[in-house]
Every structure is written in C-alpha cells, then in structure tokens.
Design a protein. Structure first.
Length: 150
C-alpha cells in the first residue's frame, strides 16, 4: 500500500472521507480566489466626524474586519443590529487588499468575515497560512514568521 494509503488506514480515515476533505479544500480555494478578486463593502466605524476605521468585531481573541458582498447584505447586517435607520458609511475594497494589507496592519490576529449576518451564506477567512500573509498568520511559530530562530 502507498505511504498515503498507510496513513489513511492508520488514521481510521476512509478514502471517501479523504476525497470529501480534498473536495472541500478545492471549493474553499475557489471561494478564496473569488473573494480576492472581488471588491466588497467594508463599513466604517469609529467616532462620527472623527477617525473612521474599518468596522471590526472581536471573537475569541481574533479581530475580524466585517465585509459585505453588496448593499443588501450590509442592510441585513444593519437590521440584525437594530441599526437599519442609521446611515452606514463604507468603502469598496478589493478582497485581496483586505487580506494582504488591512489584516497585517491590524497589529493583532485578524481575519475577514464576509456577509456575517447571512447565516449559512457568510464566510470567515481566518488569519492562517494560505489566506493571509505568513507574517499575519497565527498558525506559524515566531521563528517561522520571522525567518529563523528568535
């Protein structure tokens, strides 16, 4: 049996489960690629009339930039927050720019939450290798992130 086949047998994982994981990874990679190529709406938070920053939410020690695929998705978020009467200022930002520039600039573990008020239609892009730059990924040790021993 192949080395991979041995690992499958040893782990108790069936070939069907391996195929399903591979299919889901391909699906997520396609979704990530589409997100990177697409401009999304990012609401601005902060003081009205003062410093405006991208709207974020913290969850389990990770900050997420809130992004929306269109104005209807943003409106659903505003309604879910009970703030549908308020005017929401936003910027249109390319998904790649959010992941490659805004996430590392946050200075804390940070990802992007897309359409977070839509339940099953929402997607989370966590701060891990393959999604954000290595320097902003939380799944790399400091020695890997900084190119050698610390």
């Amino acid at each position: 049996m192949s080395e991979n086949g041995d690992r499958i047998a040893d782990s108790g994982t069936t070939p069907a489960q391996v195929a399903e994981v591979a299919a889901r990874r391909r699906e997520f990679a396609e979704l990530l690629g589409e997100f990177r190529r697409t401009p999304v709406l990012v609401p601005l938070g902060g003081d009205p009339g003062g410093e405006q920053a991208l709207l974020t939410a913290d969850f389990s020690g990770v900050r997420f930039i809130l992004a929306f695929s269109d104005e209807q998705a943003l409106a659903r978020y505003a309604t879910a927050r009970g703030e549908s009467a308020r005017e929401w200022a936003y910027q249109r930002i390319l998904g790649a720019r959010l992941l490659d520039v805004a996430v590392p600039a946050a200075g804390v573990p940070c990802g992007v939450a897309l359409d977070c008020a839509d339940g099953s239609d929402g997607v989370v892009f966590p701060p891990v290798v393959g999604i954000v730059p290595d320097g902003a990924a939380v799944d790399l040790g400091d020695e890997t992130r900084h190119g050698g021993a610390v």
